[in-house]
Write a protein that binds this ligand. Structure first.
Ligand SMILES: Nc1ncnc2c1ncn2[C@@H]1O[C@H](COP(=O)(O)OP(=O)(O)O)[C@@H](O)[C@H]1O
Ligand SMILES: CC(=O)OP(=O)(O)O
Ligand SMILES: [Mg+2]
Length: 424
């Protein structure tokens, strides 16, 4: 009998759920549907739904139906269980596993079933991923209420980076304090990097253990990962997802002293703290009031790229800043791989769709032997998970990977189902 896995990716402003069926004891996993409620922070929320040849895009939802992550999940569950075209999920009890992407898992290095203790531990880590963990935990609670028979499993975005060498993960601060307070580089987007590693190894027909790539996950949050022999040896995010590249509302790395010149209230609790997130004004400004939003007034990097081309100065600056920061990391990771780079891999919403950005980045690193096929870059084959967009004869390959964090969770869940299942 096939079982149902719901793979849930709670973003700061959206909830994305993929529905999978699998057969116990086999790795036979099938994606049945993908549903997304977006725009939770800029109502009205919108619905996107794909099942077979049924596609709904940007359907506006009423504010009384959906206004938070919790109500978004309730809406999604009702929508899925009443879809006649999805007979395997008729009732909330049909859900065997609910997989949750939890961005900060601290020292957890593999998926865990969420019980009372793990839940509290993850709540404590919310301060370190202020845009993410709290939302995911709200949904864990909603699943617990609405699907009481399901096993809730947490999958951690930092787990892929447990292989970071000591020098890469250690900050140059007092090590007694660092160890006591667990202050180190964790790195994130790990579910995406795990997916990318497998998909690219398969595309290049190489064993994962021989794969050397520089992977770019460019979305609302953006990072790079230096992958050597299939393992993360460096990544651009740090203790929290704030470090490294700028993002939709995040500054990325800045001189830490800057914040004290930006505001005299840096250390005071921010007003968002009242909602159960204990963050300071400094964290609020750098995580939620910076990045593309602060530079251009929009978080839509597609719009920023088009306007930059049309000569909008603020958008051009934002675009150029992104290119500048990305190439710093590409160059550094190229050196860390000793120049033995199988491919530069673009992924995430911006990496997969940002034609101009890929062009600008590859232009700047062409001295390292990277080149684009302009036609393939402009119109990559959207049907394939991994596509080549470089000319055949170039020194290193350039790839686009349609990464899928939900599919990665479902794959790991189906594989480990026996040990993750709640004892009955
Ligand atoms: N044509 C495009 N060119 C560049 N960026 C795009 C394009 N279309 C969408 N994007 C950007 O992709 C980003 C969202 O990426 P995604 O990985 O889905 O984000 P999230 O981190 O929220 O999951 C947004 O900034 C969006 O503007
Ligand atoms: C870790 C992180 O930044 O995630 P996202 O890109 O989904 O915001
Ligand atoms: Mg994302």
């Amino acid at each position: 009998m096939p079982n149902i896995i719901l793979s849930i990716n709670a973003g700061s402003s959206s909830v994305k759920v993929s529905v999978f069926s699998y057969n116990s004891g086999s790795s036979d996993l099938k994606e049945l549907a993908v549903i997304q409620v977006a725009g939770l922070t800029a109502p009205p929320a919108t619905l996107k739904y794909d099942r077979g040849d049924q596609h709904i895009k940007n359907q506006e939802l009423s504010k009384s139906d959906v206004s938070s992550q919790e109500t978004a999940y309730e809406y999604i569950l009702k929508y899925l269980t009443s879809d006649e075209g999805l007979p395997k999920l008729k009732h909330s009890d049909d859900v065997e596993f609910a997989c949750h992407r939890v961005v900060h898992g601290g020292d957890y290095n593999k998926p865990v079933r969420i019980d009372r203790d793990t839940f509290h531990h993850l709540e404590e880590l919310s301060d370190l991923a202020p845009l993410h963990n709290a939302g995911a935990l709200t949904i864990v609670k909603a699943v617990h209420e609405k699907c009481p028979k399901a096993s809730n499993i947490a999958f951690f975005d930092n787990a892929f980076h447990q292989t970071l060498p000591e020098a890469a993960r250690t900050y140059a601060i007092d090590q007694k304090v660092a160890k006591r307070n667990k202050l180190r580089k964790y790195g994130f987007h790990g579910l995406s990097y795990a997916f990318i590693t497998r998909a690219v190894a398969s595309h290049l027909q190489k064993p994962t253990k021989d794969l050397n790539i520089v992977a770019l996950h460019l979305g609302s949050g953006a990072s790079l990962c230096c992958i050597k022999g299939g393992e993360s040896i460096d990544t651009s995010m740090g203790l929290t997802p704030l470090a490294g590249l700028p993002g939709a509302t995040r500054s990325g790395s800045i001189d830490p002293s800057l914040i004290f010149h930006f505001t005299h209230d840096a250390g005071k609790p921010s007003r968002s703290s009242a909602k159960g997130m204990h963050i300071t004004e400094a964290e609020d400004i750098l995580n939620k009031k910076s990045g593309w939003q602060a530079l251009t007034g929009t978080t839509d990097f597609g719009a920023i790229s088009s306007k930059a081309e049309q000569g909008d100065a603020a958008c051009k600056l934002a675009f150029d800043i992104f290119v500048d920061r990305v190439i710093d990391f590409v160059a550094a990771y190229y050196v860390k791989l000793g120049g033995r780079v199988d491919a530069l891999v673009f992924a995430g919403g911006i990496g997969e769709k940002g034609v101009q950005l890929r062009q600008a980045i590859v232009d700047k690193v062409s001295c390292l032997g990277f080149a684009l096929d302009d036609a393939a870059n402009a119109k990559p084959d959207g049907q394939k998970v991994v596509v080549d967009i470089g000319p055949q004869q170039s020194k290193h390959r350039i790839l686009i990977c349609q990464t899928d964090e939900q599919a990665e969770m479902a794959r790991q869940c189906a594989q480990e189902a026996d040990s993750l299942r709640r004892p009955s």
